[in-house]
Design a protein around this ligand. Structure first.
Ligand SMILES: *[C@@H]1O[C@H](CO)[C@@H](O)[C@H](O)[C@H]1NC(C)=O
Ligand SMILES: *[C@@H]1O[C@H](CO)[C@@H](O)[C@H](O)[C@H]1NC(C)=O
Ligand SMILES: *[C@@H]1O[C@H](CO)[C@@H](O)[C@H](O)[C@H]1NC(C)=O
Length: 458
């Protein structure tokens, strides 16, 4: 009986510790000790955080049965089936000599027909592990056949691999970190989309504004910025499950008004201002090794730069060039496999301190300023056509606002309009081409805050 109690306490404790980095371990524990409740929760958690879970060491050390059971789930939450394919390749490559035999068993659960033709031809067909297995080539043929069929006949194909995954949508929070109000602050608040209200969470360890902000591997990273007296290279990470901040490795360079984004599992810090000049330098952070290192610099120095990732490329938009003392309309993009920055089409206007966000594979540049003129205009870039076009104006002029995309909408948070720091939030709906002001405001007006969307902790 006592043992039963210990087991229950243990399971309850582990349930409160669910996290993308350890949920597979908890799942294995629950399975072994027949903790059905915990097992169900850990399973659901792993499905809902699949993209983060596959970055963990535990994923690479799973047995083949466990990988199959995870990737065969209809409930996997993924932006695209590409994640499942990449996860299988990463798992096999982790112990290639032994695991390449298992390719066919794994690929049975990868829904290749749901991938784009381009991806099938450029990535899947080119993969040596696929080339070396005739069963895998059969799966590829099945996918090609699916694409060749007229849409109405596709439904007749009897295969589990043509079935769409149907994830249960995760509740999200929008997190607003630090900022200027009017000086650098420590306050952090979260907006609950379902309850439509704001609440405070753990404050930053030290004052920070003009920082870069991303959500990666289940953690929020606040990168660099200005602490009220100095531009800093420090980085703090927040664990939403523990409601706790910890510092991680410093960047190489001091930067404020930088851009931060996640590309292929790495965190990039782009440009910014070190206190004397605008920066063209760029560095990347590897979460597994806790290390920052420089990659190729941009072609242009950019402080107050906005960044976003679309189609596997990192875009740096506008900003301010310390050398020519001009606000910029130019845009460049970074390919991590070639380590090169290339200019793409310019915006129609100069924007420094624009909010940049990505929605439906399009890159939005929102507001910003050119000299004293603060903009309410918004333009959007389509990488497929390399063109910018104007969309509806925001309700308010904003520069140095935070931007994030969630539930098919683009949110713009705070910023300043040239005279006031704003506490309002508005969102853009691309299907109606309309901006709507959210009825609930932040507790304080803030510009230069970091904004990101996170999964609501259980
Ligand atoms: C707003 O923030 C700016 C810095 O972004 C600061 O200089 C200014 O004093 C603030 N204005 C108000 C009204 O708080
Ligand atoms: C800002 O950062 C510097 C260097 O890290 C530190 O010495 C200073 O105390 C910080 N200032 C504030 C106000 O936190
Ligand atoms: C990056 O460049 C390589 C080599 O030119 C190319 O094969 C690859 O498709 C590019 N990546 C993206 C995301 O476009």
């Amino acid at each position: 009986l006592q043992l039963q109690d210990v087991k229950r306490t243990c399971c309850e404790f582990l349930e409160s510790q669910l996290h993308p980095i350890n949920c597979l371990g908890i799942r294995a524990f629950a399975d072994m000790h027949a903790c059905t409740d915990l097992l169900n929760k850990a399973n659901t958690y792993a499905e809902q955080h699949f993209s983060d879970v596959i970055l963990s060491e535990e994923f690479l050390n799973l047995g083949v049965e466990q990988v199959c059971s995870l990737i065969s789930s209809d409930k996997l939450t993924i932006a695209s089936e590409e994640k499942v394919f990449e996860a299988v390749i990463a798992w096999v490559n982790h112990d290639k000599d032994v695991r390449q035999e298992l390719m066919a068993r794994l690929m049975e659960h990868v829904r290749l027909p749901l991938l784009s033709r381009e991806y099938l031809v450029q990535r899947v067909e080119e993969e040596t592990l696929v080339k070396n297995s005739s069963a895998c080539k059969d799966y590829l043929i099945e996918a090609m056949k699916y694409h060749l069929l007229p849409t109405e006949q596709r439904a007749l194909m009897k295969s589990t691999r043509t079935r769409l995954r149907t994830p249960v949508s995760l509740p999200k929070l929008m997190m607003v970190v630090g900022g200027q109000a009017p000086k650098a602050i420590r306050s952090v608040e979260c907006y609950d989309f379902k309850e439509e209200r704001w609440h405070q969470v753990a404050e930053l360890p030290s004052r920070r504004c003009r920082a870069g902000m991303v959500y990666m591997g289940g953690l929020v990273f606040a990168v660099g910025g200005f602490n009220g007296s100095l531009r800093v290279r420090t980085v703090d990470s927040y664990d939403p499950v523990k409601d706790q901040w910890t510092s991680v490795a410093n960047m190489q360079d001091r930067r404020s008004t930088l851009g931060a984004a996640v590309l292929n599992g790495l965190l990039y810090a782009v440009g910014g201002f070190d206190g004397s000049t605008g920066l063209s330098s760029v560095e990347a952070y590897n979460m597994k090794t806790n290390e920052w290192y420089h990659v190729a610099p941009m072609n242009t120095r950019r402080s107050s730069v906005g960044v976003g990732v679309v189609g596997g490329m990192l875009y740096a938009v506008g900003g301010y060039d310390g050398a020519s003392r001009q606000c910029l309309s130019t845009v460049e993009c970074y390919n991590s496999s070639t380590n090169e920055w290339t200019y793409v089409a310019e915006m129609s206007t100069r924007r420094s301190g624009a909010g940049v966000g990505v929605l439906n594979n399009l890159l939005y540049a929102v507001g910003g300023h050119d000299g004293p003129l603060v903009r309410k205009s918004v333009e959007v870039y389509d990488p497929a056509t390399n063109t910018w076009r104007q969309v509806a104006d925001m309700n308010m002029c904003r520069r140095n606002a935070g931007v994030c995309a969630v539930y098919g909408l683009l949110y713009v948070v705070g910023g300043d309009d040239g005279s006031c720091n704003l506490s309002t939030v508005e969102y853009y709906n691309p299907t109606t081409d309309k901006w709507t002001v959210v009825s609930s405001c932040m507790s304080t007006g803030r510009s230069y805050a970091g904004v990101t969307v996170i999964d609501k902790p259980l």
